[in-house]
Design a binder for this molecule. Structure first.
Ligand SMILES: NC(=O)c1ccc[n+]([C@@H]2O[C@H](COP(=O)([O-])OP(=O)(O)OC[C@H]3O[C@@H](n4cnc5c(N)ncnc54)[C@H](O)[C@@H]3O)[C@@H](O)[C@H]2O)c1
Length: 358
């Protein structure tokens, strides 16, 4: 078996140093920073810009360890005045807007999804106009829909999603482009595939199975998947996702030929992932399938995305494939399960205590 350290993966801190610009660091506000992607984004930004220059925020209470790592404030993106006060008080230059209600969570509560994803984003964008901020707000492959071509889906194509999440993300993309064109707001976005990570739990998306499967394999060596076995979807490991997000965030304006970019790292189906878990973890690993409403969402999404403009304009270059994802996830999660006396998923603290063994 290939040792983890031989994988062609750049540690986040080294990447952050490489991306250094030398100028006065911008002050960055990260909304939704306690979510699946936020904590890794905050630590990567702080390694590069300095702890004090990155203000983490959310509407949830951070764990004790997270609070000690740098500035944290309560910020509800639905409260524009309170958000403005944070931007003014902290001298914010850039907003990384991660607050969102994801696909499955949005179908469970469409009113909340509409409110947070549309009104929350409008608040951020309007404050960016008033205060001259750069805004990076991720979009998703969920912005595509049932009539979109499914293979090598290009940046510009039919976009008629039929989920609240997808509809709200198309609104975000178009409004961001409008504010950029009309008011000169420096809006940037990438359409993430499903993001896989071990350090923080997923937030209620349709690709969560590709994280849950590792917890289930380590806990009971069997998993019931909520998607059908052949459901192929685009995916990326979180390190590729965060590296790419940093690259787009820091790209010079003149390099950008568009404001929203597809990014694709790898793609697989549940049965292919289960085969790889069997190969690397246990030949006895068992999977069965009980598709629920998330199958209907997945059926409307691309199987693969074309991402040549992201590679050309700002250097998107993912290096972690399916085999590596399985190896990394098993290696990172196994010690926490061995150490966890309690039944169920180990605590975030137990998972976070594991060194980043890349
Ligand atoms: N995780 C993925 O696989 C994935 C895939 C495609 C796109 N994205 C996008 O990436 C971004 C980050 O996603 P994530 O996976 O970290 O999401 P997440 O659900 O894990 O985290 C979202 C965070 O937003 C916070 N939040 C909710 N309502 C809020 C409000 N009113 N004000 C402030 N914060 C609020 C939540 O408390 C949570 O911590 C989102 O824009 C999402 O659409 C994620």
């Amino acid at each position: 078996m290939l040792p983890l350290k031989s994988l062609r993966i750049m540690p986040r801190a080294a990447l952050a140093r490489q991306l250094s610009t030398g100028a006065r660091p911008p002050r960055v506000l990260v909304t939704g920073s306690l979510g699946q992607l936020g904590s890794t984004m905050v630590s990567t930004l702080r390694a590069k810009l300095g702890q004090e220059n990155v203000v983490a925020s959310d509407i949830r209470k951070p764990a004790r360890g997270q609070r000690d790592l740098g500035p944290f404030v309560y910020a509800d993106v639905l409260n524009r005045r309170a958000l403005e006060q944070i931007i003014v008080d902290h001298g914010i230059d850039w907003v990384v807007h991660f607050s969102a209600i994801l696909s499955a969570a949005g179908e469970r509560n469409p009113a909340l999804g509409l409110d947070v994803n549309i009104n929350g984003f409008q608040n951020v964008l309007e404050l960016a106009r008033i205060h001259g901020l750069r805004v990076l707000s991720p979009s998703t492959m969920g912005a595509f829909g049932p009539t979109t071509p499914k293979d090598m889906t290009p940046d510009l194509t039919i976009m008629r999603p039929n989920t609240i999440y997808g509809i709200s993300k198309v609104h975000m993309e178009l409004l961001g482009e409008y504010y950029c064109e009309k008011f000169g707001v420096d809006f940037r976005s990438l359409r993430y595939p499903g993001i896989i990570s071990a350090d923080s739990p997923p937030g209620g998306g349709t690709t969560d199975y590709a994280i849950d499967i590792f917890h289930a394999a380590l806990k009971q060596n069997r998993y019931t998947c909520f998607l059908r076995p052949e459901t192929r979807l685009p995916m990326a490991y979180i390190d590729d996702c965060i590296v790419g997000t940093m690259q787009l965030l820091e790209a010079p304006q003149e390099a950008l030929t568009q404001r929203v970019y597809n990014v694709h790292a790898c793609d697989f189906s549940p049965e292919e992932l289960a085969d790889e878990v069997r190969r690397q973890h246990s030949a006895d690993f068992a999977i069965d399938y009980c598709p629920d409403f998330r199958q209907g969402i997945a059926d409307t999404w691309p199987r693969t995305m074309a991402d040549e403009p992201a590679r050309r304009d700002w250097g998107w270059n993912p290096v972690i494939g399916t085999t590596d994802i399985v190896r990394i996830m098993l290696a990172k999660l196994a010690p926490a399960y061995r150490a966890s006396a309690a039944p169920g998923r180990p605590t975030d603290e137990a998972l976070g205590a594991e060194p980043v063994a890349l």
